[in-house]
Design a protein around this ligand. Structure first.
Ligand SMILES: [Zn+2]
Length: 149
């Protein structure tokens, strides 16, 4: 995290300016004091910007961690069929549309596949646009269909 290193450097620079201000004879050298105050103001302004940037980066990483934790929890209740992960119903059977294997393997993201608009025989990931020839588009749909006699 470069911003933290930059922030620490900016704080060190601010402290150095304060140290130099302390060494100036403040009653007889007012222009030097004013110059050091201007330097200190600039240094502290950069610290403020760096801290704000760091706060945004931390918030973004917190969001990523939360998503990955949710995906990890979801994986505990999934079941694999023919290379695809599905939600696991209370009876242990697969339920709903499969998750995108590419997004899961690449980013750890659980993204449900949807029917492809370009090819009726394939399913597509709304995130990475990968398409798959999935045998079971949705186990819930198959289970709910009435048996043909
Ligand atoms: Zn995907």
């Amino acid at each position: 995290m470069d911003t933290l290193v930059d922030g620490i450097a900016a704080i060190a620079a601010s402290l150095e300016v304060l140290k130099e201000m302390n060494e100036i004879d403040q009653e007889s050298d007012l222009p030097s004091v004013k110059l050091k105050i201007a330097e200190l103001t600039t240094a502290l302004a950069s610290v403020q910007v760096i801290l704000a940037t760091t706060q945004q980066e931390i918030a973004s990483k917190d969001e990523t961690i939360l998503t990955l934790q949710q995906n990890l929890e979801r994986q505990k209740t999934t079941i694999e069929r023919e290379g695809f992960l599905y939600d696991q119903a209370s009876d242990g059977s697969p339920e709903g549309a499969p998750y995108c294997p590419r997004c899961h393997q690449k980013d750890g993201v659980m993204m449900r596949l949807t029917e492809s608009e370009r090819d009726e025989f394939r399913m597509e990931c709304p995130e990475c646009k990968a398409t798959y020839a999935v045998v079971a588009r949705s186990y819930a749909e198959q289970r709910d269909k009435p048996a043909i006699i």
